[in-house]
Design a protein around this ligand. Structure first.
Ligand code: 13P
Length: 234
């Protein structure tokens, strides 16, 4: 898998691969969902309404930040892809899907609280749910940006979820984690609203994730208090 995000042909192949894995992992189905990746001058985004099993690398749409494009009709959600990539220079990939449990919570406009330490994987003590707006609108994009403030993921009211990443792999990984966490929360709610971890514990969790580069958390630099392979441990 190309991680440099510079070789466009390889990047297009990798995007098709990730789209198919969105479906095979069970977090997406049919023509729901969309994916974008920052390129040198703009971004590549999935076309609208094209099933991933028939999509080829050439079907991906090249867009500029001014909303102009080359190729097929871009995803109806190009506005939130464009706005997130423009505003969030800390990430390169935007993944949207209608995964069942995350969407179940989003249908009730529920924010995921710190009922489980893994809530911290999105970068804070909660995973917010964005206000509802019609799909494909600027209003939806505006609401998504608010919910994503200082976070790598959010739910979209009565719609689905968005996960962000530096790489395609990390965005897919996070989307699957958000779905798993949502499933746990829905399950926990059957016994009543679960207790939450306090903010100071969540601060420790988030720092621990950063130190350990836990999952796909951003790499920690200059931290010595971590396990090292023997050869490097002198
Ligand atoms: P597109 O096929 O236009 O990307 O739409 C799918 C979707 O999930 C809309 O939110």
């Amino acid at each position: 898998m190309s991680d440099t995000l510079t070789d466009t042909a390889a990047l297009r192949r990798d995007m098709v691969d990730i789209c198919r894995r969105m479906n095979s992992s069970g977090i997406n189905q049919g023509t729901a969902g969309n994916l974008s990746v920052r390129t040198g001058s703009g971004f590549l985004v999935t076309p609208s309404s094209l099933p991933y099993d028939t999509m080829t690398p050439d079907d991906l749409v090249e867009m500029d930040f001014d909303g102009t494009y080359v190729g097929r009709r871009p995803s109806s959600e190009w506005r939130f892809h464009r706005d997130i990539l423009k505003n969030r220079t800390d990430i390169n990939v935007v993944l949207h899907c209608h995964s069942i449990y995350a969407t179940t919570l989003a249908c009730h406009h529920k924010t995921i609280p710190s009922f489980h330490y893994m809530t911290g994987i999105a970068g804070g003590t909660t995973i917010r749910c964005a206000e509802y707006a019609t799909f494909g609108t600027q209003a939806l994009s505006d609401h998504a940006l608010v919910a994503l403030k200082d976070r790598l993921a959010c739910l979209l009211g009565q719609h689905g979820q968005i996960s962000l990443g530096k790489t395609l792999e990390s965005a897919l990984w996070l989307a699957i984690e958000i779905e798993t966490l949502s499933r746990m929360y829905v399950q926990a709610l059957t016994l009543g609203e679960p207790p939450v971890l306090p903010d100071d514990e969540m601060a420790r969790v988030i720092e621990q994730m950063r130190k350990m580069s836990y999952g796909h958390a951003p790499d920690a630099e200059g931290i010595s208090d971590v396990a090292r392979p023997k050869a490097a441990a002198s």
